[in-house]
Every structure is written in structure tokens, then in C-alpha cells.
Ligand binder design. Structure first.
Ligand code: ZN
Length: 510
């Protein structure tokens, strides 16, 4: 048996959205046959031993007779997952002189092995591929990860279907199935009927959604059950442009970290967790760092229906991600940060009884209503720019509207065009959407607006505007001006913006 000293095989481990380089050494010592894996290897890594042994034997290789010691370095980093199967197998083949790995120093290997040597996909391949290409290394991975990997532009990536094809490739035999990931054909998008066009009436709410889309604002809807809040929320993504290449890659990386593949990478994410969701599932966490709903909604929409039914503690945890665009998860073993630049769309009923009150008129006492609404904290509500009422539509009016086919303000493609034009104007002017407009830039907007002092003073007095509310109104007014393609904010914009802050949350009925 060859016992020459050979260098380590390199691999990657994804932790959160970072992937660390791991080196794998193998030493075959004389003595009783056996295999030991050292270097803070957890569950699935320890089981690697049996998978690798079967895969090697079933592909015509010898499993060394001595004591096989595998060392995963650095030793202070906890290692989990099944991605080390392939590099461990290669380290054993190399140490026992059965295979020579060309360009070993500049190549990284990752993948789970089946008992017959087939390579199985791993979670977090995008994170690994990005890290490898940043380090100027080649990454060899399972062919089943190809679709995700194809999103990485300019990386040196190879996909292999199984161990024996890979060994043939490494031994420079004839060309085979080991190759660069093929660019994926654009997903054939099924022609979807937009829900937006199906919603009859609710022009106020629709205008709110349009403003939210154009300025990146968060929005809350207040209205009785059956008024169409959920349908409105779902239709919201119809108004948004598809994701850019950069955003698609960011979103896919987050999904890839937990093994979720997106069928259409350019589609805006829409997440609507149930109100029974745990805090960890909402903001992320777990034994291994996992993204929560806020990160899965990155570059898209987080829809929270029946907002007051969520645990207040869970809602409180949303404040920081909304403010910073990041969800930081700190545990004893790790500290990771996931991007979560999402738009919050929330909905709630006017009173706790919901449906039964709708039919017989609200019989909830003022204190019950206040307690119910109070579950949504002021600070969270403060971060939501647009407050929209979704009233129940009168059946007669509804029938009339249906007859006239008054379903929307404008046809959807035109609205989408308006949103994109307004977004581009904001990005060109200030480098961000109006939701993130700095106080200083906002002051400049206020100064240049064609609105008289007397008018503003009256508005503040009449609507009891707090300082925070006042600034929100200016931000919304700025978006309304952008939708009108106006360079300065007009009185009409300001008045319309006031409408989106006019819900009295302490009221006992709406
Ligand atoms: Zn009620």
C-alpha cells in the first residue's frame, strides 16, 4: 500500500450565507481496519464513513485495510451536512495511491455520495460556488445542483453525475459527463391570470398598492373578512418588476441554503406565513443557521394576514429587519446575518370576532377591540407608511361595477409601466426608493414643494399629525408625485398622501 505523504483535498461548508474552506487529510495507519473522522464532525459527517466505503467498493476501488484517519480542518469549526462525502472519498483514494488528483491545490470538491457512487445534491451550493469563484478555485459538484450553479456567472465550476465518471475525468480519460454547468433556458412561464384585474372595485386599496409598489412602502389593510384583503395582497406582486440578475442570485442563494429551488428565478418572492409561526421560523435560527420568512421574502413581499393574531413577541422581532434590511441570528455556536430587504403587506380585521361580527354587526366591546388592535404595537405600525381601508362592498354596487367592468384604475401592463417609471425616477434622483429617503433629502423635497405654510399648519392641526407621521406623509406624497412624473410635490399629492394615514387606530369601530 502506498504511504507517500500527499496534500489535503479541499472542500467548502456553507454556514449561513458564507462558505468556509475546509481541508481534508487522510492518513492510513497500520493496525486493525477501521475509520475515524476527526475535526468537530457532527451526525451526518460521521455517517459519511459508511456511504464512502460502499461507494468506493461498488465502483471497483479498494477500501484500505489499515486504520483510516480522516481529519477535517480547521478543527474549531463545527461541521455538519453530507457534502464532505466526495472529498473524503477522494482523500482516501489519493492516500491509498489509487488516484492522482490533478491541480489539487486549486480545486474544491463537494457532494453527497450514494451507496453506488451517484452524486447527490447538497444544500447551499450557491453559497459555496460564489465563495469558490471568489477565491479563484474550481468547484466540482453534483450534476443535480447544476440548475442553481448555472446562476453563478464567470465561476470555474464542474458538475459530475457520479464518482466513477469524476475519477475518469480526473485521470484524463476520454471526454465524458463531467462538464461546466449549462446555462439554463429561461423558465417557460405559464401565462398566469393576474389576480389584480379580477378584483372589482376597491379603488382606494388598489391605489395604495400602486403607491406601495412604486415607492417600496410597507402597507397595512384594515377591513372586514371577505372584503378582498388577501386577494389584494396576492395581486401586489403583479405590479412589481421582475428581479434583476443580481437580485435573482441573492434570492436563489438564500433558498439554496435550505435546499429550496425556485422554478422561476426572476419571480418576486411572496411569503405568507401563518400567524401561528414561531419567532425562529419568522426571523431565522435553528441548530444550523437557517433563514427565516423575512429572508425568504428578500427582494419580495412578506404578507402577514390577521396581523393581531401573530405573537406580539414575533411581531416585535420584525422591527429590526425592517429598519436595517438584515436579520442577524446569534447563537452560542454561530452568528450569521441574512439579507431581508422585503416589503411588508399586512392585513387585519377591524375587530377580534371577525366573521361573526360581519354578519350580525359588531358586538365587541370597545375594550375588546382596543385590546385586539393593541396587539400590533405602535412602533411596528409606525414603520408601515401606508394605512389603507378595505371596506366591505355593497352587493348592489358590486353588481353594478361588475356590469360596467370597472375593475381597475388602468390595465395592469400600464400600471406596471407606471411603477417602473416612478422607480427609475427615484433611483436616478436619490439612489434609493422613497421608503428609504433620508431625512435631509426629504427636507429638501419639502422646501421645494409648492405648498403654502398655512395649508400645512392646518393639515397638522386637523389631522393631529405626529412628527413621524408627518414625515411619512411627505414620503408618500413624493411617491405620488413620482407616479405623476412631477419633479416637485403638489398640494394634491400631499392631500392624497394624508388619506393613507387617516385611520384612527384607537377608534372602536371603522
Ligand atoms: Zn366585533
Amino acid at each position: 500500500m502506498a504511504m507517500k505523504s500527499v496534500g489535503p483535498i479541499f472542500s467548502r461548508i456553507p454556514i449561513g450565507l458564507n462558505a468556509h474552506c475546509i481541508s481534508i487529510e487522510c492518513h492510513i495507519a497500520p493496525g486493525l481496519p477501521g475509520t475515524t473522522i476527526v475535526g468537530l464532525a457532527e451526525g451526518a459527517v460521521k455517517e459519511s464513513r459508511d456511504r464512502v466505503k460502499s461507494a468506493l467498493r461498488n465502483n471497483g476501488f479498494n477500501y484500505p485495510n489499515g486504520h483510516v484517519i480522516i481529519n477535517l480542518a480547521p478543527g474549531n469549526l463545527a461541521k455538519s451536512g453530507t457534502g464532505f462525502d466526495l472529498p473524503i472519498a477522494l482523500a482516501i483514494l489519493q492516500a491509498s495511491g489509487q488516484v492522482n488528483i490533478p491541480n489539487r491545490e486549486n480545486t474544491e470538491f463537494i457532494g453527497e455520495l450514494g451507496l453506488f457512487g451517484e452524486l447527490r445534491p447538497i444544500n447551499g451550493i450557491l453559497t459555496c460556488a460564489l465563495a469558490s469563484s471568489k477565491a479563484n478555485k474550481r468547484l466540482v459538484m453534483p450534476a443535480q445542483n447544476e440548475q442553481e450553479a448555472s446562476l453563478v456567472k464567470g465561476g470555474d465550476l464542474l458538475v459530475a453525475p457520479n464518482l466513477s465518471e469524476l475519477i475518469k475525468h480526473l485521470s484524463a480519460h476520454e471526454p465524458n459527463d463531467v462538464r461546466c454547468p449549462a446555462p439554463q433556458k429561461g423558465a417557460v412561464r405559464p401565462v398566469q391570470q393576474s389576480t389584480y384585474g379580477q378584483i372589482i372595485g376597491q379603488l382606494g386599496a388598489k391605489k395604495g398598492l400602486l403607491v406601495a409598489a412604486a415607492g417600496g412602502h410597507h402597507l397595512i389593510m384594515l377591513g372586514p373578512p371577505g372584503a378582498g384583503k388577501t386577494m389584494l395582497a396576492r395581486s401586489f406582486i403583479d405590479l412589481l418588476p421582475t428581479l434583476s440578475d443580481q437580485s435573482s442570485l441573492e434570492v436563489a442563494t438564500i433558498y439554496s441554503s435550505i435546499g429550496l429551488e425556485r422554478s422561476d428565478h426572476t419571480k418576486v418572492p411572496f411569503r405568507d406565513p401563518h400567524h401561528s409561526i414561531s419567532s425562529a421560523a419568522m426571523v431565522g435560527g435553528g441548530q444550523q443557521p437557517q433563514p427565516g420568512e423575512v429572508a425568504l421574502a428578500h427582494k419580495g413581499v412578506l404578507f402577514l394576514d390577521e396581523l393581531p393574531h401573530f405573537k406580539p413577541a414575533t411581531l416585535d422581532l420584525l422591527r429590526e429587519p425592517i429598519e436595517t434590511g438584515h436579520a442577524v441570528i446569534a447563537r452560542a455556536k454561530y452568528r450569521v446575518s441574512f439579507p431581508c430587504d422585503f416589503q411588508l403587506i399586512a392585513a387585519m380585521n377591524p375587530c377580534p370576532a371577525g366573521r361573526s361580527c360581519k354578519e350580525d354587526g359588531c358586538r365587541c366591546g370597545p375594550s375588546q377591540v382596543q385590546k385586539y388592535r393593541g396587539r400590533v404595537s405602535g412602533p411596528l405600525l409606525d414603520r408601515i407608511d401606508l394605512h389603507v381601508q378595505v371596506p366591505e362592498l355593497d352587493q348592489l354596487l358590486l353588481a353594478k361595477l361588475q356590469k360596467q367592468n370597472v375593475s381597475t384604475i388602468d390595465p395592469l401592463p400600464q400600471l406596471k409601466e407606471k411603477v417602473i417609471t416612478a422607480m427609475n425616477a427615484q433611483l436616478k434622483r436619490q439612489g434609493c426608493l422613497n421608503v428609504k429617503l433620508s431625512g435631509k433629502a426629504l427636507d429638501a423635497e419639502v422646501a421645494s414643494a409648492h405648498i403654502s405654510e398655512a395649508f400645512l399648519e392646518k393639515a397638522i392641526e386637523q389631522f393631529h399629525l405626529s412628527a413621524r407621521s408627518y414625515h411619512k406623509i411627505w414620503r408618500i406624497a413624493r411617491t405620488l408625485a413620482d407616479l405623476d412624473q412631477q419633479s416637485t410635490i403638489s398640494e394634491a399629492n400631499f392631500l392624497q398622501a394624508l388619506n393613507f394615514r387617516s385611520i384612527n387606530w384607537e377608534a372602536d369601530s371603522v
